[in-house]
Design a protein around this ligand. Structure first.
Ligand code: AHG
Ligand code: MN
Ligand code: MN
Length: 330
C-alpha cells in the first residue's frame, strides 16, 4: 500500500490563465486588458474544440453556400468559428476592432478599448470535411488612434513589428494554443478532463535547420526560377516533403521538427495566396520568437507595409538556416 511518504510529488500543472497572470505581474504598468483578451480567445477556442470534434455528428460540415470577399467558398465551420471568436471578443469588451478573413470590412467594437485583433478564425478549411488538422490564427495590436474614438484603418493596418501578441490554436490529435507576447513562444495543450489549457511546450524553440520542406508542388511550373532551384536541391538532398494544406498544421509540425514552409508567388497569384494581416504576420512573429525566420523572399514579413485588410504576400518561413538558403537561390 502506498503511504504519504512514498507518494511521488505531482508535476506542477501551469494553466494558461495562471501563466498569463504571472506574465502580467512581471510587466510593470500592465492593465490586464491583454490578459482578458486571452481569456476570451481561450473560451472561443474551447467552444471550437467542441464543435470541431462533433463535426461529423451535426450539420456543420460542408459549404455554407456563400463566398467571402476574396471569392472563396465559405464553409459552415468557417462561419461558426468567425461567430464564436467575434462573440467572445465582443462580449469581453477589450478590443476596439476586429479584422477577420470572413469579414469584408473592419468590425468596430468598443471605442473605449485599446486593442485591435486580426484573425483567421478557421485556417485550413479544405481539411474540414476530411477530418484533418485545422486551426485558428490571431494577431493583436495596440491601437494608434485615441481611446474613446472609433477605430481607424490605421489602427488595423499596422506593420507586423507592432504586434503585441500573436498565436494560433491547432485542432489536431489534441487541441493546443501557442502564443507569444514577444518574450518567446509557449504552447498549452487542452486537457479536456479539467477543461483547461496546460503548459506543455514551455519556451518553444525551432531547430536552426531540418529535413522537411512544405509547399504546394502542384504549382511547381508557376514558381519563380529561384524556388524551383531550391526545390531541386531539397530533392537532391532527399528531404521529406510534408504539406497538409493548413498553414497552422504545416507550421506547427515544422516548428517542432525543423523545416521550411513556402507559399511563393505564382503566375496566377503574383502576391502568393496567404494573407499578411491574419496569416503571415502572426506566424512570422511566432517563428522569429522561436528562433526562425520569415520573409517574402525580398523583405522580412513583419516589415511589410500593409495597404489592405486582405492583402496577400509571398511567404518563406521556418528554420533560420533553411530560409537563408532558400533566399540565396532567389
Ligand atoms: P484558409 O482555410 O484560411 O483559407 O487558409 C488556407 C491556406 C493555408 O492554410 C494553406 O497553407 C493554404 O491556404 C493552402 O493553399 P493551397 O491549397 O493553394 O496549397
Ligand atoms: Mn488561412
Ligand atoms: Mn480561414
Amino acid at each position: 500500500m502506498m503511504n504519504s511518504m512514498s507518494m511521488k510529488p505531482r508535476n506542477k500543472v501551469v494553466t494558461l490563465s495562471q501563466f498569463i497572470a504571472d506574465e502580467q505581474e512581471k510587466t510593470p504598468g500592465a492593465s490586464g486588458n491583454l490578459s482578458k483578451i486571452f481569456r476570451d480567445i481561450k473560451l472561443a477556442a474551447k467552444l471550437m474544440h467542441r464543435d470541431v470534434n462533433k463535426a461529423g455528428l451535426v450539420d456543420i460540415l460542408g459549404a455554407h453556400g456563400s463566398t467571402n470577399v476574396q471569392g472563396e467558398e465559405v464553409k459552415k465551420l468557417d462561419v461558426i468559428a468567425n461567430d464564436e471568436f467575434i462573440s467572445s471578443i465582443t462580449a469581453g469588451g477589450d478590443c476596439c476592432a476586429i479584422i477577420s478573413e470572413e469579414e469584408d470590412y473592419i468590425r468596430h467594437l468598443n471605442p473605449d478599448a485599446k486593442y485591435v485583433i486580426a484573425m483567421d478564425p478557421l485556417d485550413g478549411s479544405s481539411n474540414i470535411d476530411v477530418n484533418a488538422v485545422i486551426g485558428t490564427i490571431f494577431s493583436i495590436y495596440r491601437r494608434v488612434s485615441p481611446i474613446g474614438t472609433k477605430a481607424t484603418e490605421e489602427d488595423c493596418l499596422q506593420k507586423g513589428v507592432n504586434q503585441v501578441a500573436a498565436g494560433y490554436v491547432i485542432y489536431g490529435s489534441s487541441t493546443m494554443l501557442v502564443y507569444t507576447t514577444g518574450n518567446g513562444v509557449n504552447g498549452f495543450t487542452l486537457d479536456i478532463s479539467i477543461g483547461d489549457f496546460c503548459l506543455s511546450h514551455p519556451d518553444f524553440k525551432t531547430p536552426s535547420t531540418g529535413k522537411i520542406y512544405s509547399i504546394n508542388e502542384g504549382n511547381f511550373h508557376q514558381f519563380p526560377q529561384g524556388i524551383k532551384d531550391y526545390l531541386k536541391k531539397c530533392k537532391e538532398a532527399s528531404m521529406s516533403a510534408r504539406y497538409i494544406g493548413s498553414m497552422v498544421a504545416d507550421f506547427h509540425r515544422n516548428m517542432i521538427k525543423g523545416g521550411i514552409f513556402m507559399y511563393p508567388q505564382t503566375e496566377k497569384a503574383p502576391n502568393g495566396k496567404l494573407r499578411l494581416m491574419y496569416e503571415c504576420n502572426p506566424m512570422a512573429f511566432l517563428c522569429e520568437q522561436a528562433g526562425g525566420k520569415a520573409t517574402t523572399g525580398s523583405q522580412r514579413i513583419m516589415e511589410v507595409e500593409p495597404t489592405e485588410l486582405h492583402q496577400r504576400v509571398p511567404v518563406i518561413m521556418g528554420s533560420a538556416e533553411m530560409v537563408d538558403d532558400c533566399v540565396a537561390h532567389l
